[in-house]
Design a protein around this ligand. Structure first.
Ligand code: HEM
Length: 514
């Protein structure tokens, strides 16, 4: 009897296992079918979405458009591509999708109106390796960005910047005196770099320097060269194959690692050296950093205070870096434009005309011809095209500012395009709404940059005539420049010189602000 019971039990258990197995099998099959259908649907949708990508050069398997990326004048190459592919061009470099936007309307639609999802940024592998990751302009959208941005905004918003006019004017007067020694055949552009660097060092760190050879100027120029170098398309492979960042320096071809190891100390010095000089000073001069530190000091929580100090360090560092070469480029453009248009200089002394001159300088040779890329944080559609999450959005600012529909004869330097009946023409698109970036990431230093430009324009034109430079035989050189560079671009060559307008003007320069 027991044996029968045992057989029955084992049969039952066998039957149970079998039925469980059947159930498991059938549920696995069902799951597999569901998964298969789901993935087929997803694949079809994905495929459809990939079919919906904006047009662009075809590229290679895996590497995508890596070899299509232009090494020189990318804004012109992208501008030419837009004639074939339209206002939005899709590219892919290995795994990074990129969208080149050539229309200002689309740029506003994406980065301004949809700024909730188009405001992030992503530091590249090379940015991280070279120490540039601290830069607000490369920081993902989030709390850290918000905190540092707030610090920059507090010290450079429209209401605050007039308080810097005295410092700006003092440095312009010193610049004009230095210009008196340089009124030969050709203007020395390093005088302008010195003006910009001394002003921003004084405003941000309260540090006053006299010579162009000063370390403080060298480090910012060199650190920005590092940034420009890493932006050269296809130059450092670690950006496309991140594993390369772990290759030891001695391995042949480890150029990304070698370059980063040389560059990092330069970038760190730019951020730390002037900041520590203020921090270690018992009675620092009135400046952005001393104000930031004074605000942090009462914070009781040590951890919070340390974090705030790092943010202050990075806020000051990014202003120092972001203001220097951009403003230098803008001033060079002004001098080229003036040398090309001697007749305009008399009029440009008038306030409204000087606004038109400023707008035309910003438009004609934009200091950041490809703006600064934004990153899209979720899938999106634009103009019927699919734009995948994490796409890098590159506004072709140069193309937008050279669009003949908005700006007829765009290659001409012609401030009159902004004037009508003795006033500013409201119909002409304001180039500052494009050249200073978009949406939540718009340049927070634009008011300071504008003030710097107006003060230099007015002071220079008051006492100097700007004219084409002359060669050894006394012949005039053509001051028409072309725009060259990378993340920041400059008019080149600089064929202009300055000459005091009169003896009285020269006396004024020598005696003012001494
Ligand atoms: C002619 C002068 C200047 C030009 C053309 C310029 C242009 C730009 C552009 C195109 C951006 C990127 C905006 C975007 O991502 O959409 C930017 C960002 C920035 N600029 Fe400027 N800029 C100039 C001067 C300055 C000055 C004088 C300062 C500081 C006082 C400054 C501080 C910054 C900072 C901190 C950012 C990063 C903002 C962020 O990502 O939130 N810039 N600038």
């Amino acid at each position: 009897m027991a044996a029968i019971q045992e057989r029955l039990l084992s049969l039952a258990s066998l039957f149970g296992t079998y039925s469980q197995a059947i159930m498991m099998l059938s549920s696995t099959i069902t799951l597999a079918i569901i998964l298969a259908v789901l993935s087929a649907v997803l694949l079809t949708r994905r495929h459809k979405r990939l079919r919906d990508l904006p047009p662009g050069p075809p590229g290679w398997p895996i590497l995508g458009n890596l070899f299509d990326l232009p090494k020189e004048y990318p804004w012109i190459v992208y501008s030419n591509w837009s004639k074939t592919y339209g206002d939005i061009i899709f590219l892919r470099t290995v795994s990074t999708p990129m969208l080149i936007v050539s229309s200002s309307d689309i740029a506003f639609d994406l980065m301004d109106k949809r700024s909730a999802i188009y405001s992030s940024k992503e530091a590249s592998v090379m940015d991280k390796m070279t120490g540039w990751e601290f830069n607000l302009g490369l920081m993902p959208y989030g709390q850290r960005w918000r905190n540092i941005r707030r610090k920059v905004h507090e010290h450079f918003n429209r209401m605050v910047t007039p308080k810097y006019h005295d410092k700006q004017t003092k440095h312009i007067q010193a610049f004009l005196r230095r210009c008196l020694t340089e009124t030969g055949r050709q203007f020395n552009p390093s005088l302008m770099r010195q003006l910009v660097a001394t002003t921003i060092l004084d405003v941000v760190y309260g540090i006053e320097i006299e010579s162009m050879d000063d370390d403080y100027i060298k480090i910012v120029v060199e650190a920005l060269e590092v940034l420009g170098e890493t932006r050269k398309p296809g130059k450092y492979w670690a950006d496309f194959i991140p594993l390369l960042q772990y290759v030891p320096q001695w391995v042949p071809g480890a150029s990304s690692v070698k370059f980063a190891a040389q560059s990092r100390p330069i970038v760190e010095e730019m951020v730390n050296k002037p900041f520590d000089a203020v921090r270690n000073e018992k009675n620092p001069n009135d400046c952005t950093v001393s104000a930031l530190l004074a605000k942090i000091a009462p914070q009781p929580d040590i951890g919070r205070r340390a974090e705030e100090e790092v943010h202050a360090r990075h806020a000051a560092g990014v202003v120092y870096a972001a203001a220097s070469e951009t403003t230098f480029s803008l001033l060079q453009t002004f001098f080229c434009g003036m040398a090309l248009n001697p007749g305009l200089q008399q009029r440009a002394r008038n306030e409204l005309d000087s606004v038109a001159v400023f707008l035309e300088c910003i438009r004609w040779m934009p200091a950041a011809p490809l703006g600064a890329p934004h990153s899209l944080s979720q899938d999106d559609y634009s103009n019927g095209y699919f734009i995948p999450s994490d796409t890098i959005i590159v506004p072709n600012v140069w193309h937008m500012l050279h669009n003949p529909e908005d700006y007829p004869e765009p290659d001409m330097f012609n401030p009159d395009r902004f004037m009508k009946n003795g006033g500013l023409n409201p119909v002409v698109r304001d180039p500052t709404t494009i050249a200073f970036g978009f949406g939540r990431r718009i340049c927070p230093g634009r008011h300071f940059a504008k003030d710097s430009a107006f003060l230099v324009f007015a002071s220079m034109l008051h006492v100097f005539d700007i004219m084409p430079s002359i060669d050894e035989g006394g012949g005039e050189l053509d001051p028409t420049p072309e725009l060259k560079g990378s993340i920041i671009a400059f008019p080149t060559p600089l064929n202009f010189r300055g000459k005091p307008r009169s003896e009285a003007a020269e006396r004024l320069i020598r005696t003012t602000g001494m």
